[in-house]
Structure formats: structure tokens, C-alpha cells
Design a protein around this ligand. Sequence first.
Ligand SMILES: Nc1ncnc2c1ncn2[C@@H]1O[C@H](COP(=O)(O)OP(=O)(O)OP(=O)(O)O)[C@@H](O)[C@H]1O
Length: 300
Amino acid sequence: MTKTEPVVLEVRAAHKRYGDRAALNGAAFALHQGEWLALLGPNGAGKTTLVRTIAGRLKLDQGEILLHGNALQAGDQKQRAKLGIVPQELALYSNLTAVENLEVFGRFHGVSGATLRDKIRWALDWIALSDRAHDHVKGFSGGMKRRLNIAAAVLHQPSVILLDEPTVGVDPQSRERIWQMLNELRADGASLMLTTHQLDEAQTICDRIVIIDGGQTIAAGTLDELIEQTIGSRRGVFCKVKNAEGTVAEEEHTVDDLADALPGILADLKGGDKQLLDLRIQTPSLQAVFLHLTGKDLRE
Ligand SMILES: Nc1ncnc2c1ncn2[C@@H]1O[C@H](COP(=O)(O)OP(=O)(O)OP(=O)(O)O)[C@@H](O)[C@H]1O
């Protein structure tokens, strides 16, 4: 789960145009064995285009995609069987039941017979839908469909899994269940890359983060590395104070070096007529890093 593990999926200098619009303009990243990588970017950054080119649904104009060190060619289904791709839009047959959907997707990925039956049983349990196995998908909630969609993509036990916004539009309970499900795949050794607009989730769940903007990779690293590269040692210090008249206020200080600045802030307070009620130091978030790099907030 570290950068010392072998690279399982690598995209090099990816270029893709739609007419005269460049969707990918040199984007690159490497996913390591057992790693969870979050691909972040503002709307239109090229995330979905990147996932689609890896899935073989779009062809790159220039650049390379390497899976376990081998160049991934368009139409190479044998190689692509090592990939499990969960698209952003639901890809399910609504007039079929959960089991029938899993049968269709399992067979598509080359799973059949007793193995398929076993995998379907496992999948229904994994997505907590065993009791709805023979119900038509059209009657499922958004969260149930999303879980089934994920199961359909990983039934063939791919070693590398790509998920395009796996939790978009689902309720908090289903979202929690989806993260639990993905954690089980991680425990089994799968490597995962996901696109998300949930910065808090990317920050807590993923090992590393790749930020793309305008079709280019503009930063990559752990949260600590990204903070170091952008915000550095700058911190916000918030002092809740009560002044001589008894009113309470919060004073904000932006400091370049905590150790240097903090004693001065405290000394000023002690020397003045204000009483310090509370002190809070803002830990830099991925949100702050993202804003620093792209100038944009991340929205669904
Ligand atoms: N089929 C298409 N035809 C023309 N332009 C497209 C097409 N699909 C995407 N684009 C353009 O390519 C760029 C990248 O789009 P893409 O969907 O890859 O971005 P994204 O990062 O996934 O965005 P979002 O966060 O909104 O899902 C955008 O400018 C988009 O308008």
C-alpha cells in the first residue's frame, strides 16, 4: 500500500480531444499494488474521460495505459479482464432481477457454471441484497442499484478496480455500506482508483490523491505531501476571547510558522485586557489544498 509496491496501472501523458476541445492534455498517474487512489478534479477536468479510456470505451489520441506493466490495447479483452470498472451511470437491466443481472455481467466477464453461482451468492451477501435476489431491479432504491452495479463489475474478481463516483446520489447509510464493501475488496488485496467529489472521504479513505485540472495532472501525493507542496506550514489560529466589556469574539490569525507565532499571540492576549476562552488551530484540509491548486471548490 505504499509507493514501494509495484505499479499495477499506469497512465502516461494521456491526450484526448472531443472535436476542438481537449478533455485530456497530458494527464498521468500510477496506481500501486493494494493502494487506494482518489482522482479529484473540478467539473470537466477529464476524470470520466480518463476512466473511459482505461475501460476501453474511448481511445486515447496519444499516450499510454499500462496494466501490470503491459501496454493496454483497445479491444484487448483478456488484459481488460483484470480490470473491474464501475461506471458513473448505472448499467443495469431494470426488467431483470438482481440475480439475473449478476448472471449477465458474470457471463460477460467469462464466469460461468458453479463458479458463477458461488460468486452470485457471495455478491448478494456482500451487497446485503440476498433477501431481494429475485426482485426486479426497477423496484430498487438508488443505493441498492449502486451496490448491485458495483457487484456486477467485480464478480470476476479483478485485481484492479476503477470506480467513477461510487457514492454519488446515494443516502448516507448506503454510502457507508459501499465503503465497507470496498474495504473488504481492499483487504483481499485489490488495488482501487476512484473519482469522487467527497473530499472528506478521499482524505480519510484513500492512501494517495491525484488532482487533475484541464486534462492535466497538477498534483499527486499523500495528504501530508500535498499540504507540504501547497499550504506548507501556514496555519489558521482561532482565539475565542472575552473582552473587558464581557463580549465574546473569535480572532483569526494566519501564521507562517506555528512555533514562531504562537508565543507572540498568547503573550499579546495575556498582556491585554482580554481573557482567552479557547484556542483552535486549523488543520489544513484537502479542501484547502484543492482550492489552492485549482482556485475552485469541488462540487457534485
Ligand atoms: N462526449 C463528449 N463530447 C464532447 N465533449 C465532451 C464529451 N465528454 C466530455 N466532454 C468534455 O471533455 C471535458 C472533460 O469531461 P469529463 O466528463 O471527462 O470531466 P469530469 O472531470 O469527469 O467532470 P465531472 O466532475 O463534471 O464529472 C469537458 O470539457 C467536457 O465538456
